[in-house]
Design a binder for this molecule. Structure first.
Ligand code: SAJ
Length: 425
């Protein structure tokens, strides 16, 4: 791998370069951020289409400024992608950590990634887990590696191991990844203090934020805490929306006035919590300490109940209409992105389509076609905002995309409007 020795004067020289395992929303931007500092990076993914696209200089996912960063990194020769794990100085794992049945953490991708790097270790490497993980995962990787490579020592066995291991949780916000990957502070938790220090060296190359060192389990818990905090805060906002509904008050006005207090900062109610992180990670805390995490569990169920509450509001608003037409504005899991996975808006549309005689006009300016599960439904149609607003009996705003902000009140008319995001409050 190419290395710009001069640039790294005074810092560790990564002669073998960096291998990033998993080229999704975290792995690929991280590759580009490191390669921009003229350190050789090989991005590894099991999907050959992802690998081919990156080697053509294209980003296979949509994220502001990522395309350009990948194109530049590949053209400069500092980034290439492969389905094979190379030898490297640092192995950075950025694979998914979903939950399995019963909301139990599924570590199968982390385990597979660990197996894939084990044969490449020679001693002297740093292995960094970036995937959001339940407490104890970094230590488990160390144990797995020692089973796979009994010829080497790992940090759960020795304070001076052959291979260093640390957790540095990703904390970038989709939509702002290329900014936050550089600007955010990072928490680096080592299985030993020297593991933390060895991993921190890499982040000092491309992060402008502060690098805070701790132990691995604390770092794991820090990340889960961040996302559980956001989930609980959103659940509080959603509970206020439920309360204000009963009291016939405008929840947006209540929250906005309350937030003028210098120590109050309530997030926004909505149709539910989507994405791959906030609705998942709190369960890792619950799995680790179920009896001590009642608030976190309650928050999860308040947020999970939201999509069906929206569906009920629509059913109420269409009662009396023989063949109601409902415009659903937005399918993405949040504003101004094209990611429809784990989206409460999509869940609302799917459930509405089960209602006898109801026709859904789905408006999503960020996609060209409906996802397969919605396309298979006869009474769901992808529509432009103009056409949906012309034809609908009821309008439901599900995602606060910027383009919906400019829809004038006159276009909404006198029909029922269910604004789940408070965009037109
Ligand atoms: N949402 C609300 N009300 C709000 C804010 C969000 O209903 O006031 C909803 C969104 O519409 C969306 C869901 O919550 O459906 C999650 O969106 P988000 O913007 O809160 O978070 P993510 O999942 O895009 O990214 C989060 C971030 N975590 C925190 O802000 C603590 C990000 O920094 C993490 O890196 C990311 O999870 C992750 O990968 O863990």
């Amino acid at each position: 791998m190419p290395v710009d020795q001069g640039h790294l004067t005074g810092a560790r020289v990564y002669e073998q370069g960096i291998a990033v395992i998993g080229l999704g929303y975290i792995g690929l931007p991280t590759c580009a951020a490191i390669a921009a500092h003229r350190i050789g990076v090989v991005g590894v993914d099991v999907n050959p289409r992802t690998v081919d696209a990156i080697n053509r200089g294209e980003a296979p996912i949509v994220e502001p400024d990522l395309d350009q960063a990948v194109e530049g990194a590949v053209a400069s020769g500092f980034l290439r992608a492969s389905t094979e794990v190379p030898e490297a100085d640092v192995f950075l794992l950025a694979v998914p950590t979903p939950f399995a049945d019963g909301h139990k953490p599924d570590l199968s991708f982390v385990e597979a990634a660990t197996h894939s790097i084990a044969p490449r270790l020679r001693g002297g490497e740093v292995v960094i887990l970036e995937s959001t993980s339940p407490p104890g995962t970094t230590r488990r990787i160390s144990e797995w590696l020692s089973e796979l490579r009994p010829d080497l020592t790992f940090p759960h066995q020795s304070d001076t191991p052959d291979v260093h291991l640390a957790h540095c949780p990703e904390r970038v916000l989709p939509g702002r990844i290329m900014i936050e990957i550089v600007a955010n502070d990072r928490v680096v938790g080592g299985l030993t203090p020297s593991c933390a220090e060895a991993a921190a060296e890499l982040y000092r190359v491309f992060c402008k934020g502060e690098i805070v060192l701790t132990d691995a389990t604390t770092a794991e818990m820090v990340k889960l805490t961040e996302n559980a905090f956001r989930d609980v805060n959103i659940a509080f906002a959603n509970e206020l929306a439920n309360v204000c509904g009963v009291l016939d008050l405008n929840v947006w006005e209540v929250i906005s006035h309350a937030n003028r207090h210098p120590r109050v900062n309530i997030l926004s109610p909505g149709p539910g919590v989507g994405g791959h992180c906030i609705a998942v990670d709190p369960w890792f805390i619950v799995a680790a300490a179920p009896d001590q995490s009642k608030l976190i569990q309650t928050a999860r169920s308040i947020n999970d109940d939201r999509p069906m509450a929206v569906v009920q509001n629509v059913i109420d608003a269409t009662s009396g209409l023989a063949a109601p037409v409902v415009a659903c504005l937005g399918l993405a899991f949040k504003a101004d992105i094209d990611d429809l996975r784990e989206s409460p808006a999509r869940q609302v549309v799917k459930s509405l389509a089960q209602v006898e005689g109801l026709q859904v006009l789905a408006v999503e300016p960020h996609v060209e076609e409906l996802p397969d599960d919605l396309a298979a439904l006869e009474n769901v149609e992808l529509s432009s905002a103009e056409s949906a607003l012309e034809r609908a009996d009821v309008v439901v705003l599900l995602v606060d995309h910027t383009s919906f902000r400019s829809i004038p009140a006159s276009a909404l008319g006198n029909r029922p409007v269910i604004d789940t995001r408070g965009l037109w409050r």
